[in-house]
Design a protein around this ligand. Sequence first.
Ligand SMILES: *Cc1c(COP(=O)(O)O)cnc(C)c1O
Length: 252
Amino acid sequence: MLVLEVTWVYAKIHCQTNFSLTVEIMNIKERIFNLQQQIHFLEAKYYRAQGSVLLLAVSKSHSISAIEEAKQAGLTHFAENYWQEMQEKILALRHLPIIWHFIGALQSNKTEAIAQHVSWVHSIDRSKIAQLLSDFRPQNRPPLQVCLQVNLDEEKSKQGVPPSELQSLAQFVSSLPNLKLRGLMAIPKLENDSEAQYESFLRLKKLQQFLNEKLNLKLDTLSMGMSSDLAPAIQAGSTIVRVGRAIFGERK
Ligand SMILES: *Cc1c(COP(=O)(O)O)cnc(C)c1O
């Protein structure tokens, strides 16, 4: 036991030092390798199944060639949050088998294109948008995989359905024919210590469990955790971490 403890302390120090000191000089491929190691390490530490956490690359504001580099390093899932920018990237990279996720604010007039061109949408927060996405999803494609974005802390500056309205939205979305409701997404309010971050993520996990019991659903996805709070998100049950800066560097 003592040996294990010592190994863990060493690994933790090594991991953190490695991450903060060398992240700036690493290239995309090295950062991805490092992150995947870190995710495997966290899965083991928190008794999560190996491979149960998907690394979703958030490529907003980064170039086509940066995405190609990340694809070559082994990533398949990419996310963007502005449709205009995303559309250009999807077109330029159509020769690659990339699975695209939309994670930004949704406007009615973009729902047709989004429903046609992406596989996942993480940011549904009202029934009208969900209905449009279902209506526009082409019949010859699998259902659009969706998450409901929850405004956990009811912050005015953030998108998302307030927790009090989540159940009725989930009930509605789960009834739509061309959407497959997979789970919940959130960006909790900024906290500096990982214990408080963990508590926030745990609230999203509990909402998922509540919906599964109350509405007899089988939601299996929690889209939570970004570059700066991966560890508490994985500890609380994240299945998709959305990572931008830790892969591509700072945004311009
Ligand atoms: C930009 C963004 C991310 C990635 O944030 P990083 O701090 O760069 O990892 C994740 N989720 C959403 C919704 C984003 O807009």
